[in-house]
Write a protein that binds this ligand. Sequence first.
Ligand code: SF4
Length: 218
Amino acid sequence: MIDAAALYWKNRLVRCKKALEQNNFEVFLAEDPDEARHIVMTGLLPKLAPKTVSWGDSETLHATGVLKKIQEEPHIKVIVTFAHDIPRDEILERRRQALLVDLFFTGTNALTEKGQLVNLDMIGNRVGGITFGPKNVVLLVGRNKIVPDVESAMHRIRNYTAPLNAIRHAGFKTPCRKTSYCMDCTSPDRICNTWSITEKSYPKGRIKVILINTDLGL
Ligand code: SF4
């Protein structure tokens, strides 16, 4: 029997791959998080040979297990930018250092069918790393991040991704934790501070996108 859903998403992912490639991104297709990890560990890592690696937080990235594997590599220094037992000042300093690594991993909040990446950040370390600094960037992207255009991407992020992200942080006091949609708040805990729209990869191929045929992340 035909797996219609898998075929449906495969078609859409192939279209997104073509659009991203036209925008100078290097693109890979994976059926699931395990295949995405395989692409990184056996394809990208040997080719790029990074000495330093770090990341901007992403549920999709964690789902692939890539970071855990890379931390086992003896010749790679991993700058850990998320840990509950490290003081906040030290974490922020590490996130600054992470902007100069050889290889930076993260996800994207949305991917348009025209091949654009749309992101919204609280601190800016994720959109910073995508935009400039790390020599190479690898984005792990689940199929659920695909939207038709930038307007739909911004709507999705404001009214789904950001409130859900705020709800995940029990200590945050943003109104969207109660409303489940954006109130364009003035809260000191506001997690929506910097937008980035990445139209193209510059230089060509600097940003690599692994499209995964699975729903992953927010
Ligand atoms: S701007 Fe404020 S209310 Fe809107 S999603 Fe962000 S944190 Fe929530």
